[in-house]
Design a protein around this ligand. Structure first.
Ligand code: IPE
Ligand code: IPE
Ligand code: MG
Length: 243
């Protein structure tokens, strides 16, 4: 297992949990079974992040493009998410985890929405790990919403175009101060060997370190997570400057 340097622990880790479908295919089981196994992986990574002292964990659970999949798969994913929050709510509360949603979840099935809202309310006062679930999330959609909000304020005479700053844009994102309020992720992990962002955290990831791991998400273990963090800790972050 990797030796981690406590002082270099990232505050915010974001994960593109990919490979559930391929995991299921290899076993000759339905895709939804892959998503179920993926939920168990997610649970372990939430627990482990908390143990490592990470402050914010963001997981990409469902993208604005994932609606293109079959209704069976889509509703299966939402049902599993509800199973997860219902089953583990008590534990999340006990572990002082605060759950937030990044994305417009108003369009997901009613029962799933209610269960998620209960989780948000019940964990609202917790101040341990903040666990952000990116659900019906798309980075372009998020930036578009922020820009529209700014345009409305300009139109209403509340803001001059020259007063718009990077912070104004960032505040209008799901991760902005009005909702989930978290710093940019230092580290973005993607599993399953794919090396792309798939519309995840385009703005916030401007200076994130990327670690691509070959394990399919249901096979991704806390040890693998630590390896990714160790890889991050070995990187030289320059932010455009020089030593
Ligand atoms: C990631 O696994 C989970 C979601 C996108 C909801 P996939 O379902 O994309 O798995 P692969 O990429 O088909 O293996
Ligand atoms: C990204 O994975 C979305 C999630 C992990 C929720 P996809 O599997 O949907 O992305 P592509 O289609 O391979 O780019
Ligand atoms: Mg995929």
């Amino acid at each position: 297992m990797a030796e981690l340097i406590k002082e270099l622990m990232p505050q915010h880790v974001a994960v593109i949990m990919d490979g559930n479908g391929r995991w299921a295919k290899r076993r000759g089981v339905p895709r939804v079974a892959g998503h179920r196994a993926g939920m168990e992986s997610m649970k372990k990574i939430v627990d482990h992040s908390d143990k490592l002292g990470i402050k914010y964990l963001t997981v990409y659970a469902f993208s604005t493009e994932n609606w293109k999949r079959s209704m069976e798969e889509v509703s299966g994913i939402f049902k599993l998410l509800v199973t997860f929050v219902n089953r583990d709510l008590r534990e999340l509360i006990d572990n002082n985890v605060r759950v937030r949603i990044l994305g417009d979840y108003s369009t997901i099935p009613e029962d799933s929405r209610r269960a998620l809202e209960k989780t948000l309310r019940d964990t609202e006062k917790n101040d341990g790990l903040q666990f952000n679930i990116a659900l019906n999330y798309g980075a372009r959609d998020e930036i578009l919403r922020s820009v529209r909000g700014i345009a409305d304020r300009v139109k209403a005479g509340e803001l001059e175009p020259g007063e718009i700053t990077e912070e104004t844009i960032a505040e209008g994102l799901w991760t902005g101060s009005t909702f989930a309020d978290c710093p940019d992720p230092e580290l973005i992990i993607r599993t399953s060997g794919e090396e792309r962002l798939s519309n995840f955290l385009l703005w916030q990831g401007a200076y994130s370190e990327f670690v691509f791991h070959d394990a399919l998400w249901p096979d991704f273990k806390p040890e693998d997570f630590e390896d990714c963090i160790a890889e991050y800790q070995s990187r030289d972050r320059r932010f455009g400057g020089r030593k």
